[in-house]
Design a protein around this ligand. Sequence first.
Ligand code: AMP
Length: 218
Amino acid sequence: MRVVLLGPPGAGKGTQASVLIKKYKALHLSTGDLLREAVKLGTAVGKEAKTYMDRGELVPDEIVARMITDKLRSAPTQNGFLLDGFPRTGKQAEILDAALAELSLPLELVIYFETGAATILSRLTGRRVCRQCGANYHVVNIPPKKAGVCDACGGELYQRTDDQEATIKNRIEVYNRQTKELIDYYQAKGLLKKVSGDLEVEQLFGIVSGVLKSAGLV
Ligand code: AMP
């Protein structure tokens, strides 16, 4: 499968991606995860990216596009890939199209997670992330077995700086201003399938799996 997961922050793209790759073994590429890793390592890219991420703004196209195209060229893509949080602008979508054409790996499907404002807010304010392995939890919807501790690796759970309410508002505005237009872009290419991001994890996973099956991708 060569699939893009598209939708606002808090739509559940990352959660679905991690369940999907467990079952279907595709490569999960999340620009948010790659950037957070770069920040943690203190690389030059990480230092530059952090100033944008903390404000809920988008990191410049050239930086994220290079991260993704480098990965697509070097990582194993024989079982396909799931792009999560990329592309986020028209420019990124064009860079992606060109890179995939060059690799003869054209996109097969874009799944758009249509999600209401109340869901977005409650998902993001309740989200907790493992400092060590990056696994995602939610204080109510996906609680860890032991509060504040990752089930998978025992790492400490924290709240992302950009999951504070003021930054969330800006991220949603940025999505509406810069990313939403990709719905029309992929619709025009005949690649878009819409699902409801408001559903809970299990139910949405069933629907997303159904969409992948109908498209002949799994
Ligand atoms: P996410 O984990 O997808 O919510 O991304 C967290 C933050 O990383 C975003 O608010 C942006 O600052 C940055 N980011 C992630 N993906 C991209 C992208 N494709 N383009 C620009 N910035 C991005």
